[in-house]
Design a protein around this ligand. Structure first.
Ligand SMILES: C[S@@+](CC[C@H](N)C(=O)[O-])C[C@H]1O[C@@H](n2cnc3c(N)ncnc32)[C@H](O)[C@@H]1O
Ligand SMILES: [Zn+2]
Length: 304
């Protein structure tokens, strides 16, 4: 069974549409190009291993940027001859050898925020004067069973983003990525319909180049991942929404994502918190007052 999965995995990369999607993703290509070319001094005369070279673009970037030798490792039988031809066509066959410095980011972070997605149900719950709730309710319960890969505009976000988890790519262990859970209270920062939780990631390379898949950045082929709430929530600014988000490893290639709504009254809120609950408003007033006092405290007298 395992061997079948592995074969299927590499066969899936034989579909050139995946490589077309990658090569058409300008934000991705530019981030890698800059991470490599703005790191030329570091790369000069080094031996590089490009694991999962595909069409070879990153190996060729490294060769063009001055690497002494690049080992391009690729396991898909369909891609191996293509990789060889692309390397030859770019005149770097003396440098790039097909087999394997991995261009690896230093840090990876996953973010989450509340979002709208009105086209999903809200926009067709009523068409002219026809109430279609019975249809949209079923649609929503079916659509809630799987993640939606969609490109959202930053205007679709209804709360500030929160950091879900972050990994140092040089220290991270397999266990670190198996199970990650966040129990939190989001606070809406505008009026709208909260339809789901939007999830995205960014990675930072050693020279500070950041590849971000956030709705605030250029679109990438990774888009964002949205998990739907069981029911949309109409909100104004300052509404607290409690949620537990979990990302757990199901098997070698699959993660399960789950979203559980929590009672915001029972959960701990951030300090300071911008929600309308009086406990948060009182805490905020206290917080603002004490930080003003700290700022206004006169400098301690020096020796007389
Ligand atoms: C997402 S593509 C990236 C291709 C290329 N590096 C690029 O940036 O356009 C991943 C490639 O890695 C290959 N791959 C995945 N796991 C691998 C492994 N364990 N050994 C060798 N190749 C692998 C796949 O066949 C696929 O061609
Ligand atoms: Zn609060």
């Amino acid at each position: 069974m395992y061997e079948e999965d592995v074969n299927m995995f590499f066969q899936s990369y034989g579909d050139l549409n995946i490589h077309k999607t990658l090569l058409l993703d300008q934000a991705r290509n530019d981030a890698y190009w800059r991470a490599i070319f703005e790191n030329k001094d570091h790369l000069k005369d080094k031996i590089v291993m490009d694991v999962g070279a595909g069409t070879g673009i990153l190996s060729i970037f490294c060769a063009q940027a001055g690497a002494k030798k690049v080992y391009a490792v690729e396991a898909s039988p369909k891609l191996i001859p293509i990789l060889k031809a692309v390397v030859r066509d770019n005149g770097v066959e003396d440098i790039v050898e097909r087999i394997c410095l991995a261009v690896q980011p230093q840090k990876a972070t996953i973010y989450v925020a509340l979002c709208d997605m009105p086209q999903l149900t809200s926009q067709w719950t009523r068409v002219h004067d026809v109430n279609l709730e019975a249809a949209t309710n079923v649609y929503r319960s079916e659509a809630g069973c799987f993640p939606h890969i969609e490109q959202l505009n930053y205007e679709s976000l209804i709360s500030l983003p929160k950091q879900f988890c972050t990994f140092d790519m040089y220290k991270v262990s397999l266990e670190d990525v198996h199970n990650n859970v966040m129990r939190t209270v989001f606070v809406t920062n505008k009026s709208g319909i909260v339809e789901g939780i939007c999830i995205w990631w960014d990675v930072e390379f050693q020279n500070g180049v950041v590849l971000s898949t956030s709705p605030f950045s250029h679109n990438t082929h990774w888009k964002q991942t949205i998990i739907l709430l069981p029911k949309p929530i109409n909100v104004t600014t300052g509404i607290p929404i409690g949620a537990e988000i979990a990302i757990n490893k199901a098997n070698d290639r699959v993660y399960t994502m789950s979203l559980t709504m929590l009672d915001a009254e029972e959960e701990e809120h951030d300090i300071p918190c911008t929600c309308y609950f009086s406990k948060c408003q009182v805490a905020n007033a206290f917080f603002v007052q004490s930080s003003v006092q700290i700022k206004e405290e006169p400098p301690s007298p020096t020796s007389e």
